[in-house]
Design a protein around this ligand. Sequence first.
Ligand SMILES: Cc1ncc(COP(=O)(O)O)c(C=O)c1O
Length: 329
Amino acid sequence: MAVSHLTLQRLGASEVLASLQALRARQPVKYAAFYSSQLGGVVTDPALMVIPFDDHIVHRGHGIFDTAGLVNGRIYDLEAHLDRFLRSAERSKLALAGSRDEMRSIIVNTAAASGLRDGAIRYWLSSGPGSLELSPAAGAQPGFFVMIFGGLSYPERWYTEGLRVMTTTYPIKPPLYAITKATNYLPNVLMQMEAKEHGLDNGVFIDDSGYVGESSNMNVAFITKDGFLRHPKFDHVLAGCTSLRLLELARSLVGNGLLTGVEVCDIPVADARAAREMVLLGSSVKVAPVVEWDGQPISDGKPGPGARALLQLLEDDMRTGDRLIDVPY
Ligand SMILES: Cc1ncc(COP(=O)(O)O)c(C=O)c1O
């Protein structure tokens, strides 16, 4: 086969920088600050927020991440997110790029360098560069990266009118991968794209036994007709920090007419569909009511009081609770 000749430019450092800046000019992004252990500090110009292509987090997905919220100049529930980060690192056989205290300090101080007071903090641990093999390269140094940005935003309609979701046709991750927050989000991405292609807001994974799993980057929970807040077990879905916190906080609603109890158990799909309320839970979405699933309304098809009460509990905890770290701006 004859292939026509193309003269590819050989680029030097200044041309690469100019290309990266042009890319960001064509598609502006709002990332406030980025720390990289590989760069050895913090950058605020998005053109400089780069990672070597041969880091195994890029070409093999050998990396993990987590995201904590930045609320009114304070970081919410960082210790729970760090616990999960360390568990994910261990399951992924990733060496740490520093101690927990060092990583916490870098996260808090990158937030300070950003100047941002409301948004999200996402941080990654990578296997490191050095080869295009599968196992970490000889002498690979794990990378640690922190991004401070505005956070994911969802339509106001999700909270006022509720979401419409579908059972995804994509298989749920096997438990080991579902409980590990690795950078392998292909099933999650495909599920969300599939829902959007159907004109819906998101998808729901169901496991092989017919139990409810989770959504793309959110957990799913229900309030049963007899008032139980019911959440899937955390053995086949990610242990959402929001879910775990709300399962504690929601006990204050028991007995006041809104809830009769709180349960973590396997939830067969048929039971789930008969719920009084269905909600999505997560650091980015907080608490959002689901009003339709696979074309069928949940209860009367309107957001319910349980979702509102759970959102209120979470928002109060995020503003005035005892799980906040002050950012030293
Ligand atoms: C697959 C998945 N499930 C659930 C969650 C909710 O977790 P959290 O409440 O810690 O944000 C997330 C978000 O990180 C997620 O990616």
